[in-house]
Design a protein around this ligand. Sequence first.
Ligand SMILES: *Cc1c(COP(=O)(O)O)cnc(C)c1O
Length: 404
Amino acid sequence: MINVDKIREDFPILKRTVHEKPLVYFDNAATSQTPQIVIDTIVDYYSNYNANIHRGVHTLSQEATDKYEEARIKIQQHFNAKKAYEIILTSGTTHSINMVASGFASLLQKDDEIIVSALEHHSNIVPWQMLCEKTGAILKVIPMNDEGGLQMDIFHQLISKKTKLVFCNHVSNALGTVNLIEEIIDTAHKFGAAVLIDGAQATPHIKPDVQALDVDFYVASAHKLCGPTGVGMLYGKEEWLQKLPPYQGGGEMIETVTFKKTTYAGLPHKFEAGTPNICGGIAFGAAIDYMNSIGFNEIAAYEHELLEYATSELLKIEGLKIYGTSAKKTAVVSFNVANIHPYDIGSILDKLGIAVRTGHHCAQPIMDYYQIPGTVRASFSFYNTKAEIDVLVKGVRRAVMMLG
Ligand SMILES: *Cc1c(COP(=O)(O)O)cnc(C)c1O
């Protein structure tokens, strides 16, 4: 059971006010808040052992290296990767996806096919379009349905021996739909295609097991699961990481350098050119520890309760429509009220201290499907409360009265 009052004590930002109202933070799908223990980890790093890693013989450098590599092992264990070197630390999901996309440029041929889902974040569409332009490969899209899920029958028709890659998010950031990634992975593998799953939106709520999923690549950002911004991960099966060429040239990723020939370092360093976000990586490990200390089963159960409560209370408002009604979804409510522009509702809510996201949520194709300019999106975390949802519902009613 979640003790939410106790958990809220861990997050200093939750004590602040906005426009003289207590902050109600419902923009967790964009970024999560940071617990004191992660903030302390960051302060400790810069106060006590800030140094560049892997290269120095001196004590500070060794301490920083040890902590950084400990964080990699925490991430490995959390995602149940077979080897620590299958975890590449990146600057975030976008960086991780671009790494894989750019690596595949050398593996694809003209008329090979890539399948992406219609529920993607822009960061998961643009790199594949660029890859197709570069290689002559063809991009195919799994269409969505009214509930905000994927038309899986069409996926089964699209996939063939020509398919080399399938990309899908584990959870849609705009709607919260949990996608049927097991079915996607199993099917893709029958045709010899690799699968990359974007876990940016799933990892705050679900603890994925990359070996059980048998997924080829899995990516996530620390800042969505109580860690800092600017750091994330790429999990890749060893065989794939060996096959892909390095993403960037620079320090750290080389074994020997002469002007005739450079040989690349082994994993994970082959993909970690330059000085990484050392402090961020260590804090990412601390965030994972923190989330696990609360427990993902407890988090999922509590957030589901918040989702059900918010859904039923919001639906009592006349003219309110929720987008994304899949039976399996995370704690995200995307909605509009009658013809009121989502931005106008969001602005009034801000005056009441309530932080929600409005707009297309980096997922324009979903908005086009519903033929709307955007939605108001309230996304919940385990540190939110039902009382805060009451504040939101009251706020939306007030906004509708003023704007309707
Ligand atoms: C947030 C998000 C991203 C982008 O993550 P960055 O940390 O901005 O790189 C990609 N995909 C999904 C589903 C997201 O929610």
